[in-house]
Write a new protein. Structure first.
Lengths: 324, 173
């Protein structure tokens, strides 16, 4: 398995300006192994986000909690990075840039912020990109194994499950391992046909439509496709037993999801929130909770560490199956 | 006498070769510009329909073109693929330096090619199409001019090469 340092070196350094790459190469390797995000902001310090704290990177590669002491990223640093990450192909990332992110090979998501260009009140593009947040994608093999018994119904079907967690709690990493576990027969389970709608190319890290991560043998991936369209396409064309997708939120996602659930296909997906109560306030997701579309709710937390399962609830029985 | 004869033959061959090679450049230029134009039309499709990254689009659009033009596009694509921090214009410039002698293009043609690289990949699909259409039109104008020059000059240089060298021989005798 490729180590996280190798992944950063292979997937991220080629896009960063040489000065920044040189600084990051001087940072302590143990720190680099645990970083969650690299943040670049024009005329502000280069920052590393670690599980419990943020640091600025100084010109000598040392970390400092005082952001004023860090290496100041120039506008050119940010501009060159985004230009390199887009591979000089902004036209190919039109949709992603409009949604505020691009995904690098290896599944690392890069969030962007800058000046919005509006057309008839709708966001047309983002120009003058001034901030970038490079989120390091991690492949934690077997991290879903302990929860799999809660997701499988007598070795026959998969429970439709909603994973609830705030950002940076390991939703995508867990979903990726669930895909791998369901798509292979390694967990003493017969294995099912899995369909993945990977709107942001994060779960399977596809390159030219082909997954670059180990995701099991029975998995079909619809890469870069909006969830609302992709879920229905997969049902019609690939006959999956379970559909897995990430970050539910829009009205059309909820409509497509209810279509899938009514078509007898299980769905495992995630949503931002810190508890079931909190997501009840979200306008569209609330409907799914009220109508009890899911069989299981799985709540994640980052305490004591990222990816910790806080609670597993059986919706039909209204019972807590696991509580930390 | 034999030396004079051999010298005359050499002068005729050299003069004719010079004339023919200048004429060849006039013949090749519109052909090369036409090939570049067809690559740009193809590039527009790769950008708009298959939405491939620039380096892959450049690589694919050159398929079927003649060797010189294909090499120019493939070198540009490889430069971009191997160094993400390189700008398209810089890649085109480097590629032109490598292939300019084989491409039979004038300074003006190269300027349009550099302009072609100037905003390549920086815009959304719609704007990129408009930009490439503008480049296409400029290349079409240059191609028209190159065709007119070819018709006017290619025969002239061939004759000039042969006749000029014959005249030198006559003068020498």
């Amino acid at each position: 398995m490729v180590s996280i340092l190798e992944k950063i070196q292979r997937d991220i350094y080629p896009y960063l300006p040489l000065t920044i790459t040189h600084l990051l190469q001087q940072v302590d390797k143990a720190v680099m192994r645990s970083i969650i995000e690299i943040r670049l902001r024009a005329n502000r310090s280069l920052q590393l986000v670690l599980p419990n704290c943020n640091y600025a990177v100084q010109e000598n590669g040392k970390l400092n909690s005082d952001f004023q002491q860090g290496y100041i990223c120039s506008e050119a640093d940010v501009m060159h990075t985004i230009q390199a990450m887009s591979k000089n192909s902004f036209y190919a990332l039109e949709q992603e840039l409009r949604m505020g992110y691009i995904t690098l090979e290896g599944g690392h998501r890069v969030g962007i912020a800058g000046q919005a260009i509006l057309n008839d009140g709708n966001l047309k593009a983002i120009k003058n990109i001034s901030s970038m947040n490079i989120r390091i994608s991690r492949e934690m093999k077997n991290c879903a194994v302990p929860i799999m018994p809660y997701l499988i119904d007598h070795d026959t079907r998969i429970f439709s499950t909603l994973i609830i967690a705030p950002p940076r709690c390991g939703k995508t990493t867990l979903l990726r391992d669930i895909v791998r576990s369901l798509g292979s027969k390694k967990i003493n389970f017969r294995g099912v046909q899995v369909g993945v709608v990977d709107e942001r190319s994060e779960i399977t890290a596809c390159k030219n439509g082909i997954p670059t991560l180990d995701i099991g043998d029975c998995v079909d991936v619809l890469d870069g496709c909006p969830k609302s369209t992709g879920i229905l396409m997969l049902i019609r064309s690939m006959a999956p037993d379970v559909i897995i997708t990430d970050e539910l939120g829009r009205k059309e996602d909820v409509v497509a999801l209810s279509e899938a659930l009514h078509a007898g296909v299980s769905v495992i997906t995630s949503v931002h929130g810190d508890s079931i109560e909190s997501i009840k306030y979200r306008p569209y997701v609330r409907l799914l909770i009220e109508e009890k579309y899911f069989d299981r709710y799985l709540v994640l937390t980052d305490q004591p560490q990222i990816g910790t399962v806080k609670e597993i609830i059986s919706v039909k029985d209204e019972a807590v199956l696991f509580l930390r | 006498m034999l030396l004079k004869l051999v010298g005359s033959i050499f002068v005729i061959f050299a003069g004719s070769y010079l004339g023919f090679s200048i004429a060849k450049r006039y013949i090749k230029r519109p052909n090369n510009l036409r090939q570049v134009l067809s690559c740009i039309v193809s590039l527009k499709s790769y950008m708009n329909y298959t939405v491939m990254p620039l380096s892959d689009s450049l690589m694919n659009c050159a398929m079927g073109a003649n060797r010189e033009v294909t090499n120019f596009f493939i070198t540009t694509a490889n430069l971009l693929k191997n160094n993400y921090l390189l700008l398209p214009q810089e890649a085109i410039q480097k590629s032109l330096i490598l292939h300019r002698n084989k491409l039979s293009l004038t300074k003006e043609d190269c300027e349009v090619l550099l302009l072609f690289g100037c905003h390549l990949g920086e815009m959304n699909r719609e704007e990129q199409q408009k930009y490439l259409t503008m480049i296409q039109k400029r290349l079409e104008i240059l191609e028209g001019e190159a065709t007119a020059l070819r018709d006017k000059n290619s025969k002239m240089y061939r004759y000039l090469g042969v006749c000029g060298s014959l005249m030198i021989v006559l003068l020498l005798f």
